[in-house]
Design a protein around this ligand. Sequence first.
Ligand code: ZN
Length: 108
Amino acid sequence: MCVGCRERANASSLIRVVAVEGRVIPDPPRRLPGRGAHVHPAKQCLDRAERSKALSRALRVVGKLDVSALREAVDVSLARPFPAPAGDERHRRGSSVERTGSSRMNTP
Ligand SMILES: [Zn+2]
């Protein structure tokens, strides 16, 4: 669920974030330990999550959260399609195998 608009969404369309020392750190590979929250990589969701304190609540942070790193990540992700790096890699690997297989078939 997105902590901004509170809509259910596929995990791959959301960005995982964790709080490290009061800073919200984007964690698209989902590798960082600790309590995470998910939000759409969209400015309006980020703004809502911050304003409604849903992000602090989700991350169990008391006090002020620094979301500048996450804002930057959202800006970058808006410039190009947002990742899901693991799935993307798997997809690419799968299609290259397919391509190799079919090219072998086409050129006997
Ligand atoms: Zn959202």
